[in-house]
Design a protein around this ligand. Structure first.
Ligand code: BES
Ligand code: MN
Ligand code: ZN
Length: 499
C-alpha cells in the first residue's frame, strides 16, 4: 500500500500534481491557479476533451520552465450525492491510473471550490484511503517484486491548513488494519498455522493492545472440547488468542469473535481436490478481527473492544474425529459430529461460550467463512447477517452501507433450530442437507450465545475475490475490517458524542 503524506499551506513547487475538475466543467481553486500559471493549458485541454466524467483522468505534461512537469486532471463528476464510498473509489481509480502512467509520487492539490459531498479535508482523506486500499499487493514470495519499477508509492495531500494530529493516523489506521488482514488471509497454511498465527498477533502489542495467547494445554484445562476435537487430526494443535483494546475503561467491551481455520481439508469428510487450495483462507474471520483491532488501536478509538480468535487446522488422520463422533463442548452441550467439514461452528461454539462467560461483553459479533450455502444465497456481493438483536443488526447494516462491505440479513428462529436436533446428542453439527444451510450454521452457534446481543456474519463469499474489485485487487479483500471499525464507532464513540 502507498505511503500517505501531508503538506499544509502552498502547493509544493515540483513534481506531479492531481487536481479535481467538476461537471459541468469547473475548476477548483488549485486547478484555477495552475491554469493561470500555465498559460491556460488546463482549460484548453478540458475544452478539447469535453466534460470530464467521474473517475476519468487527463494526463498533461507541462513545458519546461513551469514548476510542475505533470498535471493530472481528475474528473469528480456531477456534484450531487457523492458518498464516502464514491470518494474512495475515485481515489482507487486515480491510484490505478497513476500506476499505469508510471508515476511514483503525486500531490493531490487541495479540493476547495469543488463539490464532493464532504468538506475538502474529509474528501482528501477518503480519496487517499481509496488509493491505499486499491494499491495493496502481496509481494513476499516473488523476486524481483513484480511491479518494482512502476508502482505508485506516495500520495501527498495538500491541505490549506494543517488538520488535527489524528488525521493522518486515521487514514493509516484503516490501511494498516486492512493490509494486516489481507496479508494473513493470503499467507499459505504451511507458513500461517495456529501457532504462527497466534505469534503474529503479538505484533499488535506495539499498538497498545493487550494480547493473551492460550496454549493447547490451557484449552484442555478450560474444557474447550469442540475446538480441540477439530484440531485433533492435525500435528499442529489449536490456539486461542484474546486481544483487548481498552480505549475506554468504564464500559463493557464489544466482543469480536473470529473463525480461524488455518486450513480446512474437511477432515475425514474430505473436500474434493479441485479448489481445495482456497481453504487456506478459512481463517478470514480471525483475520478480520485482528485487522479491526489494529485499526481501532491505531486510531486510538475511544472504545473498549475485545477480539477473540480460534486458530485450528482441520485435517484427516488416524487421530481425527470421525463422522458420528459425539463430543462435549466447553458449555457442556454434547454435539454429534455428522460431518467433519462443518468444523467452523464447532470452533465458534467454544469461542462464543468462553466470550460470554469470561469476557462478559455488551454485544458479540462473530465472523466466519462458515458455509458454501451463503454463497449460493448471496453470491460474492454481500456477507450473510444473522442477529438476535435488531439494534445491533441495524447498526451493522448502516456500517455495511457506509463502508461498502455489504451485508444482507438472513433468518434465525425456532423452525431452523429444529434442523440441528440430534437423536443421541444435544445437537448435531449439520442441518437438513441443502435446505437453509447458512441458517443451520447460524442457529448452531446461537445455541452457545445466551442472552447477549449477538450477530453472526457468514463471510464465506466475501473474504476472497477471484476478480479485481474497485477497492481491492483480486485475492484477499480484508472484508470486515472497515465494517467492524465503523460498527464500533457507531456503537460507542458516536453515542458518546451525542450525549
Ligand atoms: N470453510 C467451509 C465453508 C466455505 C465453503 C468457505 C466454500 C468458503 C468457500 C466450511 O467449513 C464448510 O466446509 N462448510 C460446509 C458445511 C456443511 C458440511 C454443513 C459447507 O458449506 O459445505
Ligand atoms: Mn469445513
Ligand atoms: Zn471451514
Amino acid at each position: 500500500m502507498i505511503e500517505v503524506n501531508l503538506v499544509a499551506g502552498a502547493l509544493p513547487e515540483r513534481g506531479t500534481v492531481v487536481v479535481g475538475v467538476a461537471v459541468p466543467t469547473r475548476l477548483g481553486r488549485a486547478a484555477t491557479s495552475l491554469d493561470q500559471t500555465s498559460g491556460g493549458r488546463l482549460s484548453k485541454a478540458l475544452a478539447a476533451a469535453g466534460p470530464l466524467k467521474h473517475g476519468k483522468v487527463i494526463d498533461l505534461l507541462l513545458p519546461e520552465g513551469l514548476p510542475h512537469e505533470r498535471v493530472l486532471l481528475l474528473g469528480i463528476g456531477k456534484p450531487e450525492g457523492l458518498k464516502r464510498l464514491d470518494r474512495e473509489e475515485l481515489g482507487a481509480g486515480l491510484a490505478k491510473q497513476l500506476q499505469a502512467f508510471r508515476v511514483k509520487e503525486a500531490v493531490l492539490a487541495e479540493l476547495g471550490g469543488l463539490e464532493l459531498g464532504a468538506d475538502p479535508v474529509t474528501a482528501a482523506a477518503d480519496i487517499a484511503r481509496g488509493a491505499g486500499l486499491a494499491t495493496y499487493a502481496f509481494r513476499k514470495y516473488q523476486r524481483p517484486e513484480p511491479d518494482e519499477e512502476t508502482r505508485f508509492e506516495q500520495l501527498t495531500l495538500q491541505l490549506e491548513e494543517a488538520p488535527d494530529d489524528r488525521y493522518l493516523a486515521a487514514i493509516e489506521a484503516t490501511l494498516g488494519g486492512v493490509a494486516r488482514a489481507r496479508d494473513l488471509v493470503t499467507e499459505p497454511a504451511n507458513v500461517l498455522y495456529p501457532e504462527s498465527f497466534a505469534k503474529r498477533c503479538l505484533e499488535l502489542e506495539k499498538l497498545g493492545i493487550e494480547v493473551r495467547i492460550m496454549s493447547p494445554a490451557e484449552l484442555e484445562r478450560l474444557g474447550m472440547g469442540a475446538i480441540l476435537a477439530v484440531g485433533q487430526g492435525s500435528v499442529r494443535p489449536p490456539y486461542v488468542v484474546v486481544m483487548r483494546w481498552q480505549g475506554n475503561a468504564d464500559e463493557k467491551p464489544v466482543a469480536l469473535v473470529g473463525k480461524g481455520v488455518c486450513f480446512d481439508t474437511g477432515g475425514i469428510s474430505l473436500k474434493p481436490a479441485a479448489g481445495m487450495e482456497e481453504m487456506k483462507w478459512d481463517m478470514g474471520g480471525a483475520a478480520a478481527v485482528v485487522g479491526a483491532m489494529h485499526s481501532l488501536a491505531a486510531r486510538k478509538a475511544e472504545a473498549h473492544v475485545v477480539g477473540i480468535i480460534g486458530l485450528v487446522e482441520n485435517m484427516p488422520s488416524g487421530n481425527a474425529i470421525r463422522p458420528g463422533d459425539v463430543i462435549t463442548s466447553m458449555a457442556g452441550k454434547s454435539i454429534e459430529v455428522i460431518n467433519t467439514d462443518a468444523e467452523g461452528r464447532l470452533v465458534l461454539a467454544d469461542l462464543v461460550h468462553y466470550t460470554k462467560e469470561e469476557l462478559k461483553p455488551r454485544a458479540m459479533i462473530d465472523l466466519a467463512t462458515l458455509t458454501g450455502a451463503v454463497i449460493v444465497a448471496l453470491g460474492h456481493e454481500n456477507g450473510g447477517l444473522f442477529a438476535t438483536d435488531d439494534d445491533l443488526a441495524t447498526t451493522l447494516l448502516a456500517a455495511a452501507e457506509e463502508t461498502g462491505e455489504g451485508l444482507w440479513r438472513l433468518p434465525l428462529g425456532k423452525p431452523y433450530s429444529k434442523h440441528i436436533k440430534s437423536q443421541i446428542a444435544d445437537i448435531k453439527n449439520v442441518g437438513r442437507g441443502r435446505e437453509a444451510g447458512a441458517s443451520a450454521g447460524a442457529v448452531f452457534i446461537q445455541e452457545f450465545v445466551g442472552d447477549i446481543p449477538w450477530a453472526h456474519l457468514d463471510i464465506a463469499g466475501v473474504t476472497w475475490s477471484s476478480r479485481d474489485l474497485p477497492l481491492a485487487p483480486k485475492g484477499a479483500t480484508g472484508f470486515g475490517v472497515r465494517l467492524l471499525d465503523e460498527t464500533v464507532r457507531r456503537m460507542t464513540e458516536a453515542k458518546k458524542a451525542e450525549a
